[in-house]
Design a protein around this ligand. Structure first.
Ligand code: 5IU
Length: 260
């Protein structure tokens, strides 16, 4: 059972360098909280990260929702990541043929490959998408979280699709950070990371199909390693104190889990 091993042990088993680094950051900072900064201005994102950077291991971006994107934003984001020791995940959910994804990753306004430590990717188009990303590294370490399951109700992912997704991922151990998924049984490899979104302290749903589980449930029953929280923190009265609440409850349940 991979979920009973402490993160520092799992770091030793990771085959991707970003996964290894993320496991080590979690162990060092004692946090497995990933903040999803779904905000649309650069200042609101940077101000928020100044306040909560110390509480998170990973920051998840949707770079294409930002209204005033600039290269300077990336410089500032990277400097916060260095100062607070967190990694950056661009939640781009690539889903096209390999050649197009390679262009989307390397080119355009955002040049994701130049700053994101890791990205999210759909398995839907087939293995070519992973081959493309594998060949687009320019020697820089990078990682992929493959979508094996989604949190939204009525999503079209079947158990068979999930299983085939895991098989596909296992062919690219150097590239693979882990899976975006909802269940412990989805994969076994202790060197891979389960990234789980759809988490709030109380609300069970939003009005658009998002389904929430509690921190306790995702940690103790559902096998989450890194837990993604967006509006639970971002929309709180005090995001700073709420980030601390999430960090503490997640870590408490992690300790419970690894102490058997
Ligand atoms: N996200 C999900 N569910 C998924 C996947 C990604 O919610 O299955 I894959 C993203 C969407 C959003 C964040 O950026 O995670 C969750 O935000 P809230 O905590 O505000 O619902």
């Amino acid at each position: 059972d991979r979920t009973l091993l402490p993160y520092e042990k799992r770091a030793e088993l990771a085959t991707n360098s970003i996964a290894k680094e993320l496991f080590n950051i979690m162990a060092t900072k004692k946090t497995n909280l990933c903040l999803s900064v779904d905000l649309t201005t650069t200042t609101s994102i940077l101000d928020l990260l100044e306040k909560v950077g110390e509480h998170v291991c990973l920051v998840k971006t949707h770079i294409d929702i930002i209204e005033d994107f600039s290269a300077d934003f990336i410089t500032r984001l990277k400097s916060l990541a260095k100062r607070f020791n967190f990694l950056i995940l661009e939640d781009r959910k690539y889903a096209d043929i390999g050649n197009t994804v390679s262009l989307q990753y390397l080119k355009g306004l955002y040049k994701v490959a130049e700053w994101a430590d890791c990205v999210t990717v759909h398995s839907l188009p087939g293995e070519g998408i992973l081959k493309a990303l594998n060949n687009s590294t320019n020697g820089v370490s990078q990682g992929v979280f493959l979508l094996a399951e989604m949190s939204s109700e009525g999503n079209l992912i079947t158990p068979d699709y999930t299983e085939e997704t895991v098989k596909m991922a296992l062919k690219y151990p150097n590239l693979m950070c882990g899976f975006v998924c909802q269940n412990k049984s989805t994969f076994k490899e202790p060197g891979l990371i389960q990234l789980t979104p759809g988490v709030q302290l109380e609300s069970t749903k939003d009005g658009l199909g998002q389904v929430y589980n509690t921190p306790e449930k995702v940690m103790l029953e559902k096998g989450a390693d890194v837990v993604v929280v967006g509006r639970g923190i971002v929309a709180a009265k005090s995001p700073e104190s709420q980030a601390l609440v999430y960090k503490d409850v997640l870590w408490k349940n992690y300790l419970k889990r690894v102490s058997g």
